[in-house]
Design a protein around this ligand. Structure first.
Ligand code: MN
Length: 238
């Protein structure tokens, strides 16, 4: 009997450990592995804080990753627990975002958007641009890569106050637009709908230390650090 209890205890512990490991895996952004109580994890950066210089400076990256992003993850998980949210993945929260509190909306959005943002950045590259099927789709939709950059820059600079600029795929079509606060195009009721391919954080905390109020200069620097291989991967994903 004692052994049996110990066995049950161990297997429960093991199961809980596995569930955590699942959520912690990269690629859970849109959720592949159902778990009974979804929690965000603070996703690891694939590069050092200074890797994106000169476009994004090390101090901004460190504060942004550790404090801002860390707080979104912590607060999102608090709200998920408090509101007894039972979903398998983040996308399920966004699909019914109107059911939840402002705390959950803002922080789940923050946790997801930042994780996605980190993933689509890399060390600067000269002549950094998309290739392959994504490049062709961008040319077809916007006229050229330069025209696309203009559209995206407009979305990023015209977004009043805090928010995000996005390139999304909506029913097979590429679209550019902005969302306020920590909203994203997966959220029910948001004007820009679609699957995120590329997102740019235009909150002042993302650029103020280096660029002060010059958001257009930050957006110009951003083009050198976009991880187009990752964006292509998201574009090709079913
Ligand atoms: Mn941010």
């Amino acid at each position: 009997m004692k052994n049996r209890r110990a066995f049950i205890k161990n297997s429960l512990g093991l199961a809980a450990g596995l569930a955590v490991a699942k959520v912690g895996q990269a690629g859970t952004f849109l959720g592949d592995a159902p778990v009974s109580a979804f929690q965000f994890v603070q996703e690891q950066l694939a590069y050092a804080y200074n890797a994106l210089e000169p476009a994004i400076d090390a101090q901004t990256m460190q504060i942004h990753y550790e404090r801002h992003y860390g707080t979104y993850v912590k607060n999102a998980n608090e709200a998920i627990t408090a509101e007894n949210v039972q979903v398998a993945h983040a996308a399920a929260i966004f699909k019914e975002i109107d059911k939840y509190s402002a705390k959950l909306r803002n922080n789940a959005g923050g946790a997801y958007n930042h994780a996605y943002f980190w993933k689509t950045l890399r060390a600067p590259k000269a002549d950094n641009k998309p290739t392959g099927t994504l490049a062709a789709a961008i040319d077809k939709t916007f006229g050229s890569f330069d025209k696309f950059k203009e559209e995206f820059t407009k979305a990023a600079t015209l977004q009043f106050g805090s928010g995000w600029a996005w390139l999304v795929l909506d029913s097979g079509k590429l679209k550019v637009g902005g969302t306020p606060n920590q909203d994203n195009p997966l959220m029910k009721g948001v004007a820009l709908q679609g699957r995120p391919l590329l997102g740019l954080d235009v909150w002042e905390h993302a650029y103020y230390l280096k660029y002060q109020n010059k958001r257009p200069d930050y957006v110009a620097g951003f083009w050198s650090v976009v991880n187009w291989d990752e964006v292509q991967k998201q574009f090709s994903a079913k």
